[in-house]
Structures are given as C-alpha cells and as structure tokens.
Write a protein that binds this ligand. Structure first.
Ligand code: HEC
Ligand code: HEC
Length: 298
C-alpha cells in the first residue's frame, strides 16, 4: 500500500515538474498553420495592408494599428483603448507578439484561432463598428484589394472569410526572436547584461514567474487569477465556472517593456509597478491562484 502511495506521489510531482516548459527560443517549425504550410508573402502583405488601413473602421478614422501600434509594442499606451466612435473599450489592448504559437485569444480566451478573432474588432461597436457587408463593398472599390484578393484566394475573392485569413496570416508573422535573451540561450554569454542574468535567475527561481510565464514565449497559454482588483469576470464569464472568475490569459512577455501599461485593465503603469504588484502578492485576494504569494524580494 505504502509503495503505491509513494509511487503516486512521485508521479504527481514528476507531472507537476514537467508542466513547466523551460524558457527558450521559439521554434518556427512548430507553428500550426491552418493550411499546414506558412502563408505566401503575398497573403502576409495583404494582411499587413488591411492591418494598417483605416478603411476598415466605419468612419475611416481607425486601423488595427491605432490600438496595436508597432511603435508602442503593438499596443496603444493607454489603459482602455478608444474605439472609432470615441467609445472606450472595456479592456487594455494586448500586444500581438508571437501569437502564432497560441490557441486562445483575447484576455478571456473566447476566440480559438486568429481567423476567428480577426473579424471581432471590425464589427464590435466599441471598436471599429463596421458591418462586414459594408466593409466588403468598400474594399471591392479599391483596385489593389480586388487584384490582391483574387490572386491569393481565386474566385471567392473579397469575403469575410478571406479578410480574416489575410489578417491572421499577417498576425502570425509578428514574431519576436533572436533577442539578446535568445542569443544568450544559444551560447553567447555576453549577449545579456549581468543585471538581466540576475533577473532571469529570479524569474526562474525565487520570484517563480516561470510557473505561468514558461516556454519560449513566456506563457502557459492558460488562465489565472493573479489578484488584479477588477470587476471584470474574465474567463469566468465565458465558461460560467465561478472558480475561473477574474482569471485572465497569461500574456506572453516578449518585447514586454514596449507595451505599458499592463494587465487586462492597464492598471499597472510600468514594469517596475508590475514587479511591485507581484512582490506584494497581488492587490485582491478573492479567488487568488495559489501560485501567487508575497515574494519578499528586496
Ligand atoms: C479600439 C482599439 C482596437 C482596435 C481598433 C483593434 N483592437 Fe485588437 N484588441 C483590442 C483590445 C482592447 C483587445 C482585448 C479585448 C479582450 O480581451 O476582450 C484586443 C485583442 C486583440 C487580439 C487578441 C490578442 C491576444 O493576446 O489574445 C488580437 C489578435 C487583435 N486584437 C487583433 C486586432 C486586429 C487584427 C485588429 C484590426 C482588424 C484589431 N485588433 C483592432 C483593441 C483594439
Ligand atoms: C499564477 C500565474 C502567474 C505568475 C506566477 C506570474 N504571472 Fe505574470 N501574469 C499572469 C496573468 C494571468 C497575467 C494577466 C493578468 C491580468 O491581466 O489580470 C499576467 C500579467 C503579467 C504582466 C503584464 C503583461 C501585459 O501584457 O499586460 C507582466 C509584465 C507579468 N505578468 C510578469 C510577471 C513576472 C515578472 C512574474 C514573476 C514575478 C509573474 N508575471 C508571475 C500570470 C502569472
């Protein structure tokens, strides 16, 4: 009997240890493209054109890049984004780096693919507020789009499905790798400063960030309540599972210094503030994930 219990305990701990993937360099070979192969450059470029085109919003004032601005870490530097009609979106715009490896999108994971996600901000009235039939008519009037859609998608040409495909193809190309961290991991021990190396040791050690921010993109791609004080039910509102109330998707941390403010509500203004937040074990203890506790970092 004792043997069985000990084996069970051992197996449990092994599974727990394996569930944390080491941090490292993203493997482009592991991206799951819906068609099985990477999109053509022409399709990525079409998606890029759409991403930066204000024609996508109802009054032509806003493109995806208004809220996912490359100069602002693919976010928008404000707590709650402003939609085309001047309405506030109820969450902070997340960065879009390395989403090619993800399978849950939005802070609450309500979309299962980038294709599924892509049309949402277009039609959402607090964002671009643009009915799809109107968008299709508008794009059809532009010779570039007419030609590009037809060349890439053949006779089906400009449709909601193909707009979402092109958008997703571009988003999967927003890849951050070969950073000083990646060079360090690859063996160049001078690529990272001594302070950054000490930070990495804390990240994997005493501060235990790696429990959730693991793998090459620093995310476990699941949902946790880390104790951000907020009325937003997050994942719980999608699953109707009360234990997931106030749980949000663990964001990847590549290029993260560029996209302040942080958290689903933009409540932490800087990276330093985020570290203070974790050091005190969150700001709200209701339903807190048991991986979050006071860290006592100096
Ligand atoms: C008005 C600002 C705004 C505009 C315009 C906008 N977004 Fe977003 N985006 C957001 C916000 C806010 C969220 C988070 C919403 C949520 O989680 O409920 C988001 C989430 C996303 C996500 C999910 C990221 C993740 O980590 O899960 C993707 C992908 C995305 N947007 C792409 C786009 C694309 C493509 C466009 C243009 C078609 C676009 N966005 C237009 C504000 C905006
Ligand atoms: C229990 C899992 C968990 C642990 C442990 C954890 N995080 Fe997080 N992290 C998350 C989740 C979930 C969010 C998003 C929470 C929200 O928006 O309410 C987040 C958000 C962040 C953000 C903001 C990212 C953005 O795009 O807004 C940063 C930066 C961050 N964490 C860094 C860290 C660091 C540094 C540590 C270690 C001190 C750490 N995390 C420990 C799960 C975790």
């Amino acid at each position: 009997m004792l043997k069985i219990i000990l084996t069970a305990v051992l197996v449990f701990y092994c599974v727990m240890a394996w569930s944390v993937e080491p941090i490292g360099t993203p493997d482009r070979g592991k991206i799951k493209y819906p068609s099985g192969a990477a999109p053509s450059l022409a399709e990525v470029n079409l998606g890029k054109m759409l991403f930066f085109d204000p024609r996508i919003s109802v009054n032509q004032t806003q493109s995806c890049a208004t809220c996912h601005n490359p100069d602002l870490g693919l976010s928008d530097a404000i707590k709650h984004s402003l939609g085309a009609m001047g309405k506030r979106v109820n969450r902070h715009a997340p960065h879009l780096y390395n989403l090619a490896w993800s399978n849950q999108f939005f802070w609450d994971g309500r979309a299962a693919s980038l294709e599924e996600q892509a049309l949402d901000p277009i039609v959402e009235n607090s964002e671009m507020n643009m009915p799809l039939p109107e968008l299709i008519t508008r794009l059809k009037a532009v010779p570039y789009y007419q030609k590009a859609f037809e060349q890439i998608y053949g006779s089906t040409a400009i449709s909601a499905l193909n707009i979402s495909r092109a958008n997703a193809a571009f988003e999967r190309s927003l890849i951050s790798d070969n950073s000083p961290f990646d060079q360090y991991i690859a063996g160049n021990k001078t690529a990272m400063s001594p302070a950054a190396i000490r930070g990495m040791e804390l990240f994997e050690g005493k501060a235990n960030c790696i429990e959730c921010h693991d793998g090459p993109n620093f995310t476990d791609n699941i949902f946790h309540n880390i104790g951000v004080k907020s009325d937003d039910l997050g994942r719980g509102a999608i699953t109707n599972d009360r234990t997931q109330n106030k749980a949000f998707k663990t964001p990847g941390l590549r290029n993260i210094t560029l996209s302040a403010p942080y958290m689903h509500d933009g409540s932490e203004p800087s990276i330093q503030a985020v570290i203070r937040f974790y050091n005190q074990g969150g700001t709200d203890t209701e339903g807190l994930d048991n991986l979050i506790e006071k860290l006592n970092l100096s």
